[in-house]
Design a protein around this ligand. Sequence first.
Ligand code: KIV
Length: 271
Amino acid sequence: MSVNKEIKRVTTHVLQAMKAEGQKIAMLTAYDYSMAKLIDGGDVDVILVGDSASNVMAGHETTLPITLDQMIYHASSVVRAVRRALVVVDLPFGSYQGNSKLALESAIRIMKEAGAHAVKLEGGAEVADSIKRILKAGIPVMGHLGLIPQSIYKFGTYTVRAKEETEADKLREDALLLQELGCFAIVLEKIPAGLATEVTQSLYIPTIGIGAGGGTDGQVLVSHDMLGITMDFTPRFLRRYLNLAETIQDAVRHYTQDVKSRDFPNEQEQY
Ligand code: KIV
C-alpha cells in the first residue's frame, strides 16, 4: 500500500489564520532551484524571491539594477522547486512606480511566466493606484514599509527608518492604507521595535519583520546572510545559523589539494 503524503500548501489565508491564532510566520529568500528546494524542505512558510537577488546573486551594490526578466528567471526556478511554501516575488524597481497599468502588466508577467503565488512591492500611499489595480486582477499583494531599499538614493543610507514622529506617523497611516486596499501582509524593514509592535497590533493582516524586533507576526532574513554565505554584511538584526562560507572554502581547498596531489580521482572514482 502506498502512503499518500500530501503536502498542505501555505496560502495567504493560512498566513492570516496564523496571525489570528498567534502562530509566528517564518519567511526566507531564495533565488534558484537548488536552494529553494532545501529551504522549502526546512518547513519555512513563505519563500521570497527578493530583488535582493540584485545584491546576492549579481553582486550589485543596490537592488535597483535587477530587471523584470531577471526576476522572472529567478522566480520560475524557485517555483519549480517549491512544494509547500507560499512563493512571493518582488516587483523590481521601475516596474510599478507611478504607472498602475505598467504595474499590472509586470505583476501579470510574474504570475504567468514564473508561476508565482503573490507579488511584493515597496511603499505606501505613493503606490496605492498600482496596488489597487494589481489586486483587482486577483493577484495577492504583500506590502513593504520602513527601509525600502529601492528608495536608497532618496534615504541616502541604510540606517533605521521612522525614528522621527513624522515618518513614524506616515508609516502607521501607510500600514492601515495597505490593509484597507487589500494587501495580505506587510514587510516592516529596519524600524524601531516599539513602532513595529504597535503597527502589528493595529492590523488584522500579518506583519513580517526584518530588523523590526520580535513584536511582528513573522520574521524574514536573506538566506545567504543567515546561512553565512555572505560574510561582509553584519547588521545587528542578523542571526547567522551557519558559517557556510568557511565550510565551502575548506571543501574547495581540500578538492584543489586532492587534484594537485593526484589523490582525486582514485580507482573507484573512474570507469
Ligand atoms: O529583497 C529582499 O530580500 C527583501 C527582504 C529583505 C524583505 O525585500
